[in-house]
Design a protein around this ligand. Sequence first.
Ligand code: 13P
Ligand code: SF4
Length: 306
Amino acid sequence: MSADQQAKKEHIRKLQREKDTVILAHYYVDGSVQEIADFVGDSYFLARKAVDIPQKNILFCGVSFMAESAKILNPDKKVIMADETADCPMAHMADAAKIREVRQKYEDAAVVCYVNSTAEIKAESDVCVTSSNAVRVVRALTNQRIFFIPDNNLGRHVAEQVPEKTFIFHDGFCHVHTDISAQDVEKAKEIHPDALVLSHPECTADVLALSDFIGSTSEIIDFTCASDQDEFIICTETGVFYELQQKNPQKKFYSAARSQICPNMKKITLDKVERALEEMAPEMVVEDELARSASRPLVRMLELAK
Ligand code: 13P
Ligand code: SF4
């Protein structure tokens, strides 16, 4: 690490202490940012952590729906972002009109909203889920009919594991994960025949069918730590390689495709973290009534997923 980078990290730590701010980061941000974060995790871990921290302020290193959820769950804390333009396209793919239409047609349907959604969409939903708790939460619901929004691949993956329920799917997707093709995975398996294939459930069904394990970012990391295998083909955003390598320095990790990079997560840099702490901005603001409506499905998720 260069002397400049070391000085920046020390400055960030000093600002953090002075400004009573915890840094939360997702596994998809750059390794240099994960290194200075107080807590790094998947979406579920970060949502739980956000309600459990003593600091007055939160600096969120991830995309905006994550900072927005942290704010909704902590209306009294100041939540700032390293880059407010870091936005997940999937968060805007569901729409309130479609939800109301489905509710009218099927009064018994539970609207299950993947947490990668805006507060407006969450506010229209019955419960939120993340990729690591979706099966648990859907099983815990008394509703027999589920409208799963917005991610089609995650919805279908959950439906396979909860065959006793009837699902209506939405057509949302993550471009980073759907860009990984079955041919990419097959080619990677030819090059690394001993490697296990580990995939995020946002990948397409044909990629999931070729996978030895399917799970959230944290679950993929935990799998590699528990496994006695040494080589893995990873079908999710390459930010996870930082933690995979930290936890398993002797093991080998390969990506399946060239395109496994989320451009929004990669907007988060150490320079922006430093500037956000200096200015305590940009701040995530969620209007009170919207925050109250959107907190209901988030809190329900935290309860049902326990
Ligand atoms: P995780 O819930 O596995 O952290 O995934 C978040 C995400 O954005 C996947 O694309
Ligand atoms: Fe959104 Fe996909 Fe990026 Fe995750 S990886 S934040 S779902 S665009």
